[in-house]
Design a protein around this ligand. Structure first.
Ligand code: SF4
Ligand code: F3S
Length: 114
């Protein structure tokens, strides 16, 4: 088991999660973060930190494994992030939106830690 970042994070990317992870296993894409499943120790500390509930245990809300696959793939490609940066200015506008992966997912890497 691991925790995974899901659809909700896309275009919101609040980053409260990165500050609390004891093993620094978040990785940054252009408009979302992912968790490295092999590094996550399942402590669960990040889950309540996300203001829009984008983080879940993969056993709970990812039964088909879609998000585990995305987190696994992009954690290998994107840079590590451990320090909270500036969330997108229009993040609030995308909080309630659904189907964000299909509409906005960006495979480009983020900047990672400064
Ligand atoms: Fe980090 Fe714990 Fe969240 Fe895993 S569950 S990503 S180890 S804070
Ligand atoms: Fe994303 Fe929530 Fe972290 S919006 S960046 S998973 S705090």
């Amino acid at each position: 088991m691991t925790y995974v970042v899901k659809d909700e994070c896309i275009k919101c990317k609040y980053m409260d999660c990165v500050e609390v992870c004891p093993v620094d296993c978040f990785y940054e894409g252009a408009n979302m973060l992912v968790i490295h499943p092999d590094e996550c120790i399942d402590c669960g500390v990040c889950e309540p930190e996300c203001p829009i509930d984008a983080i879940v245990p993969d056993t709970e809300d990812d039964k088909d494994g879609k998000w585990l696959e995305i987190n696994t793939k992009y954690a290998e490609i994107w840079p590590n992030i451990t320090i909270m940066g500036e969330p997108p200015k229009d993040a609030e506008e995308f909080e309630e939106e659904t189907g964000k992966f299909e509409k906005y997912f960006d495979p480009a890497p983020g900047k990672g830690d400064p």
